[in-house]
Write a protein that binds this ligand. Structure first.
Ligand code: C2E
Ligand code: CA
Ligand code: CA
Ligand code: CA
Length: 364
């Protein structure tokens, strides 16, 4: 029913200039034959995107639909229907990766960036299979005592030609190709086994959306704690707000199941998402991690200082631990101490490092 309604609206938006047909799945093809110039095509694209700004209503229920459009122009972008479709699809993919609700024209750069990503994806598969991914650990420090009270596990990939590739680049790739699930399992097992040798500190592990959506996640966490012997209360799973928004699975139930195992739940990147306060009310998080984008401008932006101050107060009144990430200066740390923020993490205190160096740092 939704697809039918979408098709009707699409046809209207294409304004009779084109032929709109279901192309498979949730994809539609619009063929514009009598207006070959770029400006006119751009106009049609705009109309299509705008047409879905309003929600689609079916049986009294409203659905929001996002539209991503990719365009290929004949004869420039392809000599055959196949090639045109393939290039339009690449442009579509580009629109999606740029955040949806828009359109892109195919270009050689798009083709090159997709090729590069494909290469990176296959290198990542290889690296994971060959055991070339590493885990580094960054200390979390108690603001009052300066003692290391926890570590966050962060994935590292030393690419044979590119050198260190940022997890901000390869985690999203692993996420879309499904590799994140086996990778996340390896990560959790390795990190838990490692942390079991570091008594006295909590272990924070980032959970990706695909892992969290996986129906088996809570059970796997339970099994890993058992097999590695790490006390559940020492494991802290970091999740982000966006993951709670995805109602296609039951995020709160997954969180409850995890809590039932005795692990702690931290809200990561706090302040960068949508409706943080509502989530804090609907689920008892153990910790709030204040995003480094606020911490980084503490000295220069009075608004950031006010926000950090209120989040710390909020955390305290809700009985949640507050951690500030991205602490890079002595001044930032002093501010956090004044505001009685519980923990700090950042280059000023310690960089992420390999397990050997961290073992030395912990003096165990
Ligand atoms: P995040 O969870 O917010 O992790 C903290 C990031 O901040 C890390 O970047 C860390 O190296 C960096 N950082 C720490 N202190 C400072 C500082 O003082 N200044 C600045 N500018 N940065 C600092 P990293 O390791 O590059 O990771 C980036 C993101 O990739 C992470 O953000 C996390 O979302 C994701 N990620 C990393 N490892 C994993 C993993 O094993 N699993 C999953 N699912 N995601 C991961
Ligand atoms: Ca994190
Ligand atoms: Ca974070
Ligand atoms: Ca972050």
């Amino acid at each position: 029913r939704i697809l039918q309604t979408v098709a009707e609206r699409l046809r209207k938006a294409a304004g009779g200039t084109g032929l709109a047909a279901r192309f498979g799945g949730d994809e539609f093809a619009v063929l514009i034959t009598h207006r070959p110039d770029r400006e006119a095509v751009e106009l049609v694209c705009r109309q299509i995107v705008e047409a879905f700004a309003e929600r689609v209503e079916i049986d009294g229920r409203a659905f929001s639909v996002t539209v991503s459009v990719g365009v290929a122009l004949a004869p420039w972008d392809g000599g055959s229907v196949d090639e045109l479709l393939r290039h339009a699809d690449m442009a579509l993919y580009q629109t999606k990766s740029e955040g949806r609700n828009g359109f892109r024209f195919y270009s050689r750069e798009i083709s090159a960036s997709i090729e590069e990503r494909r290469q990176l994806e296959s290198d990542l598969h290889e690296a994971f299979a060959a055991g070339c991914l590493e885990l580094h650990y960054q200390p979390l420090v108690d603001v009052d005592s300066n003692a290391i009270v926890g570590v966050e596990a962060l994935m590292r990939w030393n690419h044979p030609e590119r050198g260190w590739v940022s997890p901000a680049v390869f985690i999203p790739i692993a996420e879309t190709c499904g590799l994140i699930v086996p990778m996340g399992k390896w990560l959790l097992e390795t990190a838990c086994a490692q942390a079991a040798l570091w008594p006295g500190v909590t272990l924070a592990v980032n959970v990706s959306p695909a892992q969290f959506r996986d129906g088996d996640f809570a059970r796997f966490v339970g099994e890993t704690l058992e097999s590695t012997g790490l006390a559940p209360s020492r494991l802290e799973l970091e999740i982000t707000e966006g993951m709670l928004l995805d109602e296609s699975h039951k995020p709160l139930e997954t969180l409850q199941a995890l809590k039932a195992h005795g692990v702690r739940i931290a809200m990561d990147d706090f302040g960068t998402g949508y409706s943080s306060l509502g989530y804090l009310r609907s689920f008892p998080f153990d910790k709030i991690k204040i995003d480094r984008s606020f911490v980084g401008i503490l000295e220069t932006d009075p608004n950031a200082a006010a926000i950090v101050r209120s989040v710390v107060a909020l955390g305290r009144s809700l009985g949640m631990v507050t951690t500030a990430e991205g602490v890079e200066t002595r001044e930032q740390l002093a501010f956090l101490a004044d505001e009685r923020c519980d923990q700090a993490q950042g280059y000023y205190l310690a960089r992420p490092q390999d397990p050997l160096r961290l073992t030395a740092l912990l003096g165990t």
